[in-house]
Design a protein around this ligand. Structure first.
Ligand code: URA
Length: 237
């Protein structure tokens, strides 16, 4: 089925479901708004030839209600040749203002965490499971993450990182499809498709609980070992 077919099928499905709603025959229990949310998941992702193109096409994205409050879509940043991809949960205030991921206080700590294992920010690809800021920086809802997933998957396919680091509970749980707490997930290697995935504490959490930084550093050393790089401390020995 090509894109024209899938758009025609979506239009047909939408008309059909909307007329049933008008007759009071609800597909999903609840308000008609549920139907709009459900249908949004079937909107084909914009066509793109490279990530810059996809990022440009995404500026008008309305697949989930987060578009209503955003200033900028925060697509991602970094080279498509990156070996490591860091995936956080969602843009915060600074990110929403600048259109770039991890540029606030948590981002500054992330840059220092990378440096601790000999990585420069410019070497890694950084993004989030959702590309628009949730109200009051709440966790992204599962349906918002689902609506944004095709974009994340396009990024993973384009970058083909050797390792993905999931930053914090919402990212780790969403990528791994688990409800396990981050304290149980962090530092334990998993897989995302064929790619090795390491859940890490989120830098914002480490800013709130600096006493957990020693554990975070152990996890970063495991990342450095996997990548075959000496951590800054070991390199100095
Ligand atoms: N926290 C995140 O999870 N992502 C950002 O981009 C910034 C803060």
């Amino acid at each position: 089925m090509d894109r024209t077919d899938s758009r025609a099928n979506l239009a047909f499905l939408t008309d059909n479901l909307k007329s049933r709603e008008r007759l009071g025959l609800h597909l999903v229990a609840g308000a008609p708004a549920d139907l709009d949310r459900l249908l949004a998941l079937f909107i084909p992702t914009p066509e793109f030839s490279c990530l810059e193109d996809l990022s440009r096409n995404m500026r008008e994205c309305k697949r989930c209600p987060l578009h209503q409050g955003r200033r900028k879509v925060v697509f991602g940043q970094g080279p498509t040749s990156a070996t490591v991809m860091f995936i956080g949960e969602a843009p915060g205030e600074k990110e929403d203002e600048k259109g770039l991921p991890f540029v606030g206080p948590a981002g500054m700590l992330l840059t220092r965490m990378l440096a601790a294992v000999g990585l420069k920010r410019e070497q890694v690809y950084i993004t989030n499971i959702v590309k628009c800021r949730p109200p009051q920086n709440r966790d992204p809802l599962p349906e918002e993450a689902a609506a944004c997933r095709p974009f994340l998957e396009a990024q993973v396919r384009a970058v083909q990182p050797r390792v993905i680091c999931a930053l914090g509970r919402p990212a780790a749980q969403s990528l791994l499809g688990t409800k396990a707490p981050i304290s149980a997930l962090r530092g334990n290697w998993q897989t995302y498709g064929q790619i090795r995935l390491l859940p890490l504490f989120h830098p914002a959490f480490l800013l709130r609980q600096p006493e957990r930084k020693a554990e975070a550093y152990r996890d970063l050393k495991a990342l450095a070992r996997e990548l075959g790089i000496a951590s800054a401390q070991e390199a100095r020995k």
